[in-house]
Design a protein. Structure first.
Length: 116
């Protein structure tokens, strides 16, 4: 049973989930939007939104935390630039939109996750 299970496992080990979160987060930050499955989109949303809140502070500590979380200095720098637009916004930095097409290989539903 699935009672009170709050996290997404995505049929992966913790190390694989961490790597997936980093890769999807970097892709979302660099491109501004990505098309993926609904479960992965919710997973990456939970990963990226706290990072945007951290980036809004724009201190040395916040920069170091972003680099540690993402493992990529260029993506951290892009997120710091993007966070300037969200200074007055209290949260909800991403938007998920269902796409009418399905993935061709396994016919999985697709969503577009993008920054607001």
């Amino acid at each position: 049973m699935r009672h009170r299970r709050a996290k997404f496992t995505l049929s992966r080990t913790p190390a694989e989930r961490r790597a997936l979160a980093r890769k999807l987060g970097i892709a979302l930050i660099t491109h501004g939007k990505i098309a993926t499955t609904p479960a992965r989109a919710q997973f990456v949303r939970q990963f990226v939104e706290p990072l945007v809140t951290t980036a809004k502070a724009n201190t040395l500590t916040s920069r170091r935390r972003l680099i540690a979380a993402l493992g990529n200095r260029q993506a951290a720098a892009l997120l710091l630039k993007r966070a300037d637009a969200y200074r007055s916004r209290p949260g909800g930095y991403t938007r998920m939109t269902r796409l009418p097409t399905h993935r061709s290989g396994d016919h999985a539903p697709q969503v577009l996750i993008e920054f607001v």
